[in-house]
Design a protein around this ligand. Structure first.
Ligand SMILES: [Zn+2]
Length: 124
């Protein structure tokens, strides 16, 4: 029971917490006046390949890609062309859709007119 009173009871625990807080407060150091908070985090830069070609002939000063870079450039070009073609197709589809919608609306309007005329005929 004595052990419990000394180390586990509420007052003992509070004593322990107080001691810890005091020790931490003792070790606090005021930051020097020149200290500034670091600037906020920025997103990491996007790493990309250099725009210049990797090989330059020293005599003719003509630059060109090495084989691997040439392959990558070709692939990139192809992908770009594919994406463009896709976008163009989608645009076409959109205009087609618009036209079909317009025609459907016209057809519906004509049908409604015909039905309204029929109704008038039957009512009179
Ligand atoms: Zn290269």
């Amino acid at each position: 029971m004595k052990f419990y009173e000394k180390y586990v009871s509420r007052s003992a625990l509070l004593d322990y917490v107080e001691m810890a807080c005091k020790q931490m407060a003792k070790r606090f150091v005021e930051p020097p006046k020149w200290f500034e908070h670091p600037p906020p985090e920025v997103e990491p830069p996007q790493l990309r390949k250099p725009d210049t070609k990797c090989f330059e002939d020293k005599k003719t000063h003509q630059s060109k890609y090495c084989k691997r870079c040439q392959q990558e450039a070709d692939e990139e070009e192809q992908k770009l062309a594919e994406a463009e073609a896709k976008a163009r197709e989608q645009k076409k589809d959109k205009s087609k859709n618009k036209n079909s919608l317009r025609e459907r609306m016209k057809a519906r309007a004509a049908e409604a007119k015909v039905q309204a005329a029929k109704k008038q005929k039957t009512s009179t």
